[in-house]
Design a protein. Structure first.
Length: 210
């Protein structure tokens, strides 16, 4: 059974607050473009470009925990139209996310594109997969690269996703993005330096001091 993002997100408590704030009629029968239960070409391209994401889980005591995951572009691997996976590398060995998922497989991911002020949020169910349990998956996911020693795979099954309003996203740029943006300036500077050297050489041949 497929769900829209708001079918999952809007609980009785949320509806009560919406009614209190006079906003319940706005969302009562809202559908719009928010019923996304599989990835298309737009989502596949967006996911492939990400070099980090935020992963939220909930503990057995009810406390949420948000973890930042990073790696080379494409380390969050699209397996099919409803499945993602990433390699889980050894870290500080607290295993907070893994422990939470063992008790409750529900998770929420935020994927950010700060330069373009775009945010994708996903409700997913997660499972830990041993490295030797699915060699094909391990080879495919680890091929994306990463630092450290992988201990397992995390496979994520999509329930629904949505795109967020960019209003309050502050543009931020990574070092590679900045380097690419100023590359034309470096190329122009190199051309000007070459021209300058050539002019100096011509002046020197004519007996003029540069």
């Amino acid at each position: 059974m497929s769900y829209g993002f708001l079918d999952i997100a809007i609980t009785p408590g949320v509806r009560a607050v919406q009614a209190q704030m006079g906003a319940d009629q706005l969302w009562q029968d809202f559908k719009g473009q928010r019923d996304f239960d599989r990835f298309g070409a737009q989502e596949a391209a967006f996911i492939a470009e990400r070099d980090s994401f935020y992963l939220a889980t909930v503990s057995e005591t009810g406390w949420p925990y948000v973890q930042h995951r990073g790696g080379p572009r494409g380390f969050l691997t699209l397996l099919d139209e409803r499945t993602l996976a990433f390699a889980d590398y050894r870290g500080n060995r607290q295993y907070l996310t893994l422990g939470n998922l063992a008790a409750n497989d529900r998770t929420c991911l935020f994927l950010m594109d700060y330069p373009r002020r775009t945010r994708m949020k996903l409700y997913m169910r997660a499972e830990a997969v041993a490295l030797d349990a699915d060699p094909a998956l391990t080879e495919r996911v680890c091929a994306a690269g990463g630092r450290g020693r992988p201990e397992r795979m995390i496979r994520l099954h999509l329930q629904s996703f949505d795109w967020n309003c960019p209003q309050h996203i502050t543009p931020r740029f990574s070092e590679p993005e900045i380097s690419e943006a100023i590359r034309p300036l470096h190329e122009q500077l190199a051309r000007l330096e070459d021209e300058n050297r050539a002019l100096r050489a011509q002046l020197a041949q004519r007996g003029h001091a540069p």
